[in-house]
Design a protein around this ligand. Structure first.
Ligand SMILES: C[S@@+](CC[C@H](N)C(=O)[O-])C[C@H]1O[C@@H](n2cnc3c(N)ncnc32)[C@H](O)[C@@H]1O
Length: 489
């Protein structure tokens, strides 16, 4: 079945339109898994995207949302009439749709593949990747072997992998997971997908009243742990209220082990774009070790929460994939766009050696400072703090200028490595990359749909998708990472 609609496009809660009504349920046979973690089905001549089902199953689905102009529906599986051979008991009770709905609530988000046997999750992800590249990217991938590779340490279950976990906070200050529609978050007492270091912190009984969100970073290979408290807007609006809460939070975390740092991140000034970080205890970063059998072990300082692969073995998996795809040679020049804390730049810099150059472009303030520290031992790497568009504009205007003066030191960029956020890079950035005339582009993506759109844009400039590796760095969820190589024939 082909689906041309996007279920992510601002759906409306079904019962928000009709609060007094009983939930609407219907029986459907579901078709293929679509991007976003829903199976596609038909009901009353409309497409319906059914969560928590498996292709080929017959399920009772409960309507949760209707899309714009009611063109499509979103539903949750509440009962399975004909189960797939690949169904298993969900590994996380509060994320189990069947169980949650039997108690009259919705499952928490973040484990939408948890009811599927891990090996089959990967087959479904491979199909979604292939289908998205064909349908959205207009690629002919017939000759490409697309399989999704898991991380060996994940075994058959895929638990205990997530080093970055975000919680919302209940009115009485307990850590909760959001449900799919953002209503009534559920209090958590463990997160089976998280590395055991999270549970060991003993955060579940602490009182974080006044916080909107808590981001917890617990490296599995490395040191330290970091709790980032994001206050509610009413708390931020008054200096005195914020100060009182900071003291309360300091008291709440006082019994945590020594290695746990705590910071508060609140918008500074009007507009909310600048963030002021207040240290409650310890430091504002964690140490992450990456041990690659092929390229060596290196340590990194990582501030913040989301600028580092979240799977415990994600960094090493991606470093190995990127380094093999880039095959950087001594003396070459590599641009590492969206460089984060310098994960790829560090290894690339060693490969190009003292006569080569790596340009690490990153716009996050703390993240680019981390990159500068992480790349201190490889002076052939230069960190350029700024927006990629602006930095590349400058390269085009004055290629002869020094790296630190906004130029390229008259060097030709041999390889571009890019790892944009989920939205992808977009037309302008890709046009600029094309003007650099590199030999190849290594594109690290965490979203097949934006990758597919960017692939079409690269095709427009004459770039061809040469090879794809897809990795399961988020078991039990719909997410996948891919490393693609583009060349220009
Ligand atoms: C998905 S992360 C990748 C980080 C790094 N390559 C890694 O694998 O650890 C994307 C990074 O790009 C940065 N970023 C996003 N948009 C940017 C832009 N327009 N210009 C420069 N950096 C940007 C973000 O701050 C973030 O650190």
């Amino acid at each position: 079945m082909t689906n041309t609609m996007n279920p992510a496009a601002q759906p409306e809660p079904a019962d928000a339109q009709n609060p007094a009504q009983e939930p609407v349920q219907f029986t459907v046979e579901v078709g293929p898994m679509a991007h976003g973690g829903h199976c596609v089905a038909q009901h009353d001549d409309r497409a319906v995207f059914v969560r928590h089902a498996i292709p080929g199953e017959i399920v009772v689905a409960q309507l949760t949302e209707t899309g714009p102009s009611e063109r499509f529906l979103l539903a949750d599986t509440v009962e399975v009439i004909r189960a797939s051979e690949f169904r298993r008991s969900h590994q996380w009770k509060i994320a189990d749709s069947l169980r949650a709905h039997s108690f009259g609530r919705e499952p928490v988000s973040g484990a939408e593949y948890g009811h599927i046997v891990l090996e089959y999750q990967r087959r479904l992800k491979a199909n979604v990747f292939r289908d998205t590249m064909v349908r959205v990217g207009k690629q002919n991938v017939d000759d490409m072997e697309i399989s999704v590779e898991g991380v060996e340490a994940d075994g058959a279950h895929g638990l205990d992998w997530r080093t970055r976990n975000t919680f919302v906070v209940s009115p009485v200050g307990r850590l909760c997971m959001p449900v799919h529609r953002g209503l009534n978050p559920v209090v958590v007492r463990n997160v089976p997908l998280a590395v055991p270091q999270l549970d060991a912190l003993g955060l579940w009984g602490l009182d974080f009243s006044g916080a909107a969100r808590i981001e917890v970073t617990t490296p599995a290979h490395g040191r330290d742990a970091l709790i980032n408290i994001i206050p509610r807007s009413n708390v931020v609006n008054s200096k005195e209220t914020l100060a009182t809460h900071v003291e309360n939070w300091r008291e709440a975390v006082s019994g945590l082990p020594q290695h746990v740092s705590v910071v508060v991140s609140a918008p500074a000034g009007k507009g909310g774009r600048k963030i002021k970080v207040t240290q409650v205890r310890g430091q504002s970063w964690v140490a992450e070790d990456v041990a690659s059998e092929l390229f060596g072990t290196r340590s990194f300082r990582v501030s913040g929460h989301g600028r580092w692969p979240a799977h415990r073995d994600g960094p090493v998996t991606l470093v190995d994939a990127v380094m093999q795809a880039a095959d950087a040679q001594p003396g070459q020049t590599v641009a590492d766009l969206y460089a984060g804390s310098g994960l790829f730049s560090r290894y690339l810099a060693e490969a190009v050696g003292a006569d080569g150059a790596v340009l690490a472009v990153e716009d996050g303030v703390a993240t680019s400072q981390d990159a500068s520290i992480n790349l201190r031992e490889v002076p052939q790497a230069t960190v350029l703090h700024g927006n990629i568009n602006r930095v590349m504009n400058s390269w085009h205007r004055k290629p002869e200028a020094d790296f630190t003066a906004g130029g390229l030191n008259d060097r030709q960029v041999d390889t571009v490595v890019m790892s944009p956020h989920r939205k992808g890079a977009g037309k302008a950035v890709l046009g600029r990359i094309d003007q650099l005339t590199p030999e190849k582009i290594i594109y690290v993506s965490s979203d097949p749909a934006s990758l597919a759109r960017d692939t079409r844009r690269l095709n427009y400039h004459g770039w061809v998708l040469d090879s794809v590796e897809v990795y399961d760095l988020a078991p039990d969820t719909q997410h996948m990472e891919s490393v693609c190589v583009f060349t220009k024939p």
